[in-house]
Design a protein around this ligand. Structure first.
Ligand code: ZN
Length: 466
């Protein structure tokens, strides 16, 4: 019994890379018989644990084991095929679960404890969450993973598969309230710098306006900004969908209701819609890119860039988070990226990296844009944390990334330059950690939203001459 549990732990709890030559064939092979139809879960478990021999099983080490179909009620992932049981979720994600995981290739162990331990294992939970995303299109889960990837995981975790096991995050908590207020006031002031003549026509009676989305299958993003605009105007917003929700295939989807004084609703309409349309467009594109990467089995980071609209970066970066991709660096202050112009101006890659390190110390990563594998080697040798292979053709990228990873396993490799949603699959490589795309923010289609006041505004104000 001990050897069985030991083997199982090695199979289930270690990373496949660390499991060495351990494989299912090392395990004690146990056959089983179908359980009696009347046997319930507990009695099956107790008969296994006490070693009481069932009707006609095969023995192993003096113990008797058998599969109990009742377990499938508690563990919907459990599946029996041939003479082995396996996990449907892990089997569908061999790259994530690891080929050496016994529940990917089939596990001959029939103890309920074995099933329970697998159910609680980290890799299984990750595979289960991917199954949920694929079967329900539940974007909030990808949103969680996006935020976790932003949390500066150490390099060893950087290329690890999606993390989706933490409690649900509310991404609006990343936005300081005073920033939302400031932006809302700026947008409103831009749109109405002084008088609002049309406000005179509609007055201040309470109205209700429906927010409609007219681009099917869009991902909703930008709720906090939309709400902040109307909060400034003493209006309220009641949302029908959570942030990151996919709005479905309908031609028109009601997304929210805005209530407040008529003139205030109309003052906020355009700034709020502008923001929501752009944020949702970016989140939709990010979600599509992330799906392409995940369906190909690639678990690196799809990332945005600094190619954002002046004055609008916070919203666009936030939309990347909602869409499930990495924001990349926020600005020049956040992380050092030495580009060709920096290299030329400072003389060499090595000198540029040394100069940068002398001021940013340990607290900031240094990335170097490289045009060849040789430049990448020089950058990594000089102490760069990330090597960006810029404007490489896909085949050149794969070869250079592999060589650099072999030489510098802890250095992150980023691919950038000219990657589009159509060409992204060609750039996916197990040796590339990050692929950044300017098209996430440049030339990204917006989502079509409109705001419709429900009751006709027909209360003209009559001036009386005195
Ligand atoms: Zn599993």
């Amino acid at each position: 019994m001990k050897s069985i549990q030991f083997n199982f732990r090695r199979q289930c709890q270690q990373d496949p890379e660390e499991a060495g030559s351990d494989s299912v064939s090392d395990l004690v092979d146990i056959d089983f018989a179908e359980p009696p139809a009347t046997q319930d879960e507990d009695s099956a478990s107790s008969s296994l644990n006490t070693g009481v021999a069932p009707a006609s099983p095969t023995s192993a080490g003096g113990k008797q084991y058998k599969y109990n179909a009742q377990w499938e009620k508690a563990f919907p992932w459990l599946h029996l095929e041939g003479n082995v049981m396996f996990c449907k979720y892990c089997k569908a994600e061999p790259q994530l679960a690891g080929k050496l995981s016994s529940f990917v290739v089939g596990n001959p162990h029939l103890k309920k404890d074995t099933v329970k331990k697998h159910n609680a294992s980290k890799k299984h939970i990750e595979c289960r969450d991917i199954h949920i995303i694929k079967s329900t299109n539940e974007y909030p889960v990808t949103v969680q993973s996006a935020l976790r990837r932003q949390n500066n995981f150490p390099a060893s975790h950087f290329t690890s598969p999606l993390k989706m096991t933490t409690p649900q995050y509310d991404l609006s908590h990343t936005l300081p309230p005073h920033t939302l207020t400031r932006l809302a006031r700026e947008w409103l002031a831009e749109d109405t710098p002084n008088f609002d003549p049309a406000g005179l026509c509609v007055g201040s009676h309470e109205v209700e306006a429906k927010l409609l989305c007219k681009t099917p299958c869009s991902v909703l993003a930008g709720r906090p900004f939309f709400t902040a605009v109307f909060t400034e105007l003493s209006c309220t917003v009641e949302w029908a969908h959570i942030e990151g929700a996919q709005l479905g295939p309908d031609a028109v989807a009601q997304t929210a209701v805005v209530r407040g004084p008529a003139r205030c609703v109309l003052l906020g309409e355009r700034p709020a819609l502008n923001c929501l349309a752009r944020a949702s467009g970016i989140a939709t594109r990010c979600s599509q890119l992330q799906s392409i990467a995940r369906e190909a089995g690639w678990h690196g980071h799809v990332a945005g860039t600094r190619k954002t609209t002046p004055g609008f970066r916070l919203v666009e970066k936030y939309a990347m988070l909602v869409g499930g991709v990495s924001m990349h660096r926020q600005d020049l202050s956040g992380m050092v990226m030495l580009k060709d112009n920096h290299i030329w101006a400072s003389g060499s890659i090595t000198q540029a990296v040394r100069n940068a390190r002398s001021v940013c110390g340990f607290s900031s990563k240094i990335e170097v844009e490289c045009g060849s594998r040789e430049e990448g080697s020089e950058a990594a040798t000089a102490g760069a944390d990330i090597v960006m292979l810029d404007n490489f053709k896909p085949q050149e990228l794969h070869a250079a990334a592999q060589l650099l990873k072999e030489e510098f396993p802890s250095v992150l490799i980023e691919a950038s330059g000219g990657v589009t949603p159509d060409s992204l699959p060609q750039y996916l490589s197990p040796h590339v950690d990050i692929i950044s795309l300017g098209c996430i923010t440049q030339g990204c289609p917006v989502v079509d939203f409109s705001l419709k006041v429900q009751k006709p505004v027909a209360f003209p104000i009559i001036f009386q001459s005195q």
